[in-house]
Ligand binder design. Structure first.
Ligand SMILES: NC(=O)c1ccc[n+]([C@@H]2O[C@H](COP(=O)([O-])OP(=O)(O)OC[C@H]3O[C@@H](n4cnc5c(N)ncnc54)[C@H](OP(=O)(O)O)[C@@H]3O)[C@@H](O)[C@H]2O)c1
Length: 331
């Protein structure tokens, strides 16, 4: 089968197209003929050695995807060859070979059926980022029961995979959503997706502008995909007891800030780790996510689809800042 091989930890630019034998499923695995894969910043971090997982080389990246079931392990009872399914977060693309390949092995417990009416491209890119966004939104408390008192959710990197998922899930929880994107067109799209306000994180009066737009409320929860110089501004916008779910650090290192800014408002910060979901928890959460998107008539957002040969172009688009997910057409 054709694969993109990662032969070193020198970055995704060094990936090489190659051929390897088809993998054979173990007793609890299924083999998928990959139709679409999706790219995540974690793939690029892993390829630079900047990720906790250090798989043996050569490795195959790719954590998300959809494919046709070709072969099932001896102990797999409820999945049949010929079905088209998606992958919920698992070890594929992390410690095990991933979806930037014509075929991939997936634990049967991490397979999910395609929700009715969704395209394969939409499904391919959704699970990892929506599961991440769900954890970011719910790790401090359960989602509010409707009709809740409307509280304010601030999302940095709102145009990205996790960001868009946080916008859609935040609106499903009846929150007032403030999204940040550096691109004016993407800010228009964020509002079309349901964000109540969209601001440019580079705006010199960002804190003042957001504070004025949500006044007299303050931000209750922030989903921070960017960090860097934005983090102190996010902290400044939080009200008493405000929380920050730290998802990513696309913005690099955080400048020095006075930790006293956390004390008097009892600000809490907590890391998000999508890798913490068990297969069973991921299945339960995924069902809840799909139900919420269907109830709102929403779909995952696809930024672009590149061909298998164009994987490096896809990673370049991801690094530039997508509007939703970058998807790879594999077969
Ligand atoms: N903790 C976890 O379990 C977990 C899971 C998934 C992802 N992540 C991490 O979370 C982060 C976001 O993931 P993603 O999949 O949403 O990434 P993504 O699709 O690449 O989107 C990130 C967005 O952040 C914005 N951005 C990037 N660099 C920025 C900068 N220097 N300053 C301001 N904004 C910047 C861009 O938006 P604009 O161009 O529109 O401004 C971009 O669209 C990544 O670091 C990823 O590794 C963590």
């Amino acid at each position: 089968m054709r694969v993109w091989l990662m032969g070193s930890y020198d970055g995704v630019e060094q990936l090489q197209l190659g051929e390897v034998p088809d993998p054979q499923p173990g007793p609890t695995e299924v083999r998928l003929k990959v139709r679409y894969a999706a790219l995540n910043p974690a793939d690029a971090f892993l390829a630079q050695g900047l990720y906790p997982a250090k798989p043996a080389l050569p490795h195959i990246l790719g954590r998300d995807g959809v494919g046709d079931v070709e072969a099932v392990g001896l102990r797999v009872a409820d999945i049949r060859a010929g079905e088209t399914v998606g992958i919920l977060r698992c070890d594929a693309g992390v410690e095990k070979p991933g979806t930037l390949a014509e075929k991939v092995l997936v634990p049967a417990e991490s397979v999910a059926r395609i929700p009715a009416g969704w395209s394969l491209e939409e499904m391919a890119g959704a699970p990892l980022v929506f599961l991440t966004a769900w954890q970011a939104l719910t790790q401090w408390s359960d989602p509010p029961a409707p009709p809740p008192e409307k509280s304010v959710l601030l999302i940095t990197g709102a145009s990205g995979g996790v960001g868009v998922a946080s916008v859609l899930l935040g609106k499903s929880m009846h929150l007032i959503v403030v999204g940040l994107s550096r691109d004016p067109e993407k800010r228009v799209t964020l509002k079309a997706l349901g964000a109540d306000f969209a601001f440019d994180p580079e705006d010199r009066s960002l804190v003042k502008s957001i504070a004025a737009s949500i006044s007299p409320k303050k931000v209750e929860l922030a989903v921070d995909c960017v960090g860097g110089k934005l983090l102190p501004q996010v902290i400044a916008l939080l009200g008493y007891g405000g929380k920050i779910s730290i998802v990513g650090r696309s913005g690099g290192s955080v400048p020095e800030f006075n930790t006293a800014t956390l004390l008097f408002r009892r600000i809490r910060m907590g890391g998000v780790a999508v890798g913490d979901y068990t297969a069973q928890a991921a299945q339960g959460t995924w069902k809840e996510i799909v139900d919420r998107l269907n109830a709102a008539g929403q779909r995952p957002q696809v930024d672009s689809v590149v061909s298998f040969e164009e994987v490096k172009k896809g990673f370049a688009r991801l690094a530039q800042g997508p509007m939703g997910k970058v998807v790879v057409r594999v077969t």
